[in-house]
Design a protein around this ligand. Structure first.
Ligand code: ATP
Ligand code: MG
Length: 352
């Protein structure tokens, strides 16, 4: 039922390259926004210490993982000195007290404690910047996946550019909001990384496997081994294949859309970035859901668990449509050197 795609011509490939780079350049925050986010964090930390002495705040998520958009939310994790884990803490009580305290902060509004979710959080909006934020407690694994994603983003600029492209694609197609039954942007980044690891030759290694035949070092967090190879400087020596694959971002972008519509076996396999060997749903006993995306550290966590059959069809439909919009020969005026980039990008992404 998939329409055959023509071979990618050089001009088509160049256009796709320019589109991906343009999305990256218009979406990523300027360096000043990163320092601003740090400033907000430091201010909140000292404010919170009035009541919770020994508390630490730490940014994670897209503010730190190399795939942040301008104005994306502030994901903040709070820990307390003297407590390695949250086991001996009443998290719900802390979140409620935190919410009360934050209501006194003049720069914050819409303070909302959410204590019924799997991870209790308090949400807020920062008035001067209009940035939304949430504070969770002891979300340590999320800090590890943030650092690992950041390492993948840093090793090859194509990873970063494609990360923005896929997030933008998911937003425009309305398939990128886990709270509304689709997948989180984190899940799409995992899908991207899996594709780049499976590409031949691979663009990126499996960082959790780079331990040279030695037993995998142990870095236990919440009962899971959160170890991954994290020495960016020595990576080219450790993994000599870095840079071997010369495909352009445009080729890889259409490659990604084709991979998840033509090749990847959603029925049998799991999207899994912690090993290069294929992982089956059968092995995980994850056979009831439509999409299986394994969290790289919390191996019991399927990021596709909340996707209904109907939503799954909608997501796959968006990929099929994207495959055609980006993969079919485009209207000739789009290739013209002087056709404005915003016009091309709107055309391609809104054609969804
Ligand atoms: P953005 O906010 O730009 O859409 P994000 O990566 O910050 O992207 P959030 O939904 O804000 O996405 O999640 C923040 C972080 O929390 C993620 O980067 C990831 O580290 C962690 N996270 C989010 N959803 C999950 C999940 N379902 N399972 C495990 N960790 C998650
Ligand atoms: Mg976020």
């Amino acid at each position: 039922e998939l329409k055959p795609l023509p071979d990618l011509t050089p001009q088509h490939r160049d256009l796709l390259d320019r589109v991906c780079v343009y999305v990256y350049e218009t979406c990523h925050p300027p360096p000043t926004e990163y320092s601003y986010r740090d400033m907000i964090l430091k201010d909140l930390e000292s404010f919170i210490r009035q009541e919770f002495s020994g508390s630490h705040l730490c940014l994670f998520g897209s503010s730190m993982n190399g795939f942040g958009f301008k104005g994306s939310d502030l994901d903040i994790c709070m820990t307390l000195e003297g407590h390695e884990t949250s086991d001996d803490l009443d998290c719900i009580d802390i979140i409620e007290r935190l919410a009360k305290l934050l209501k006194k902060h003049l720069d914050l509004y819409n303070i909302l404690p959410i204590t019924t979710a799997k991870v209790p959080i308090v949400k807020f909006v920062h008035r001067p910047s209009k940035l939304e934020g949430d504070i969770s407690l002891y979300n340590i694994l999320a800090q590890y996946n943030t650092r690992m994603l950041n390492m993948y983003a840093a090793m090859d600029e194509r990873v970063r550019i494609l990360g923005y492209t896929v997030k933008r694609f998911a937003k425009i197609c309305e398939i990128g909001d886990a709270s509304r039954g689709s997948l989180s942007s984190y899940a799409y980044i995992l899908m991207l990384l899996y594709f780049l690891q499976q590409r031949k030759p691979p663009i990126i290694p499996v960082l959790q496997e780079l331990h040279d035949g030695q037993p995998k070092p142990e870095k236990m967090v919440d009962g899971w081994n959160a170890w991954f190879y994290d020495d960016l400087k020595s990576l080219p020596k450790k993994w000599p294949h870095l840079g071997e694959n010369k495909e352009t971002v445009g080729e890889l972008w259409i490659g990604l859309l084709r991979f998840y519509t033509e090749e990847f076996n959603f029925r049998e396999h799991v999207i899994c970035i912690r090993q290069s060997a294929i992982l089956t749903r059968f092995e995980k006993m994850w056979t009831s859901k439509c999409i299986a995306i394994e969290d790289p550290f919390d191996l019991n966590h399927n990021l596709g668990a909340g996707v209904s059959r109907k939503m799954n069809n909608f997501i796959i439909g968006a990929f099929i449509k994207g495959r055609e919009t980006f993969g079919m020969t485009l209207r000739s005026d789009l290739y013209h050197q002087y056709t404005p980039m915003p016009y091309i990008v709107d055309y391609l992404f809104d054609a969804e």
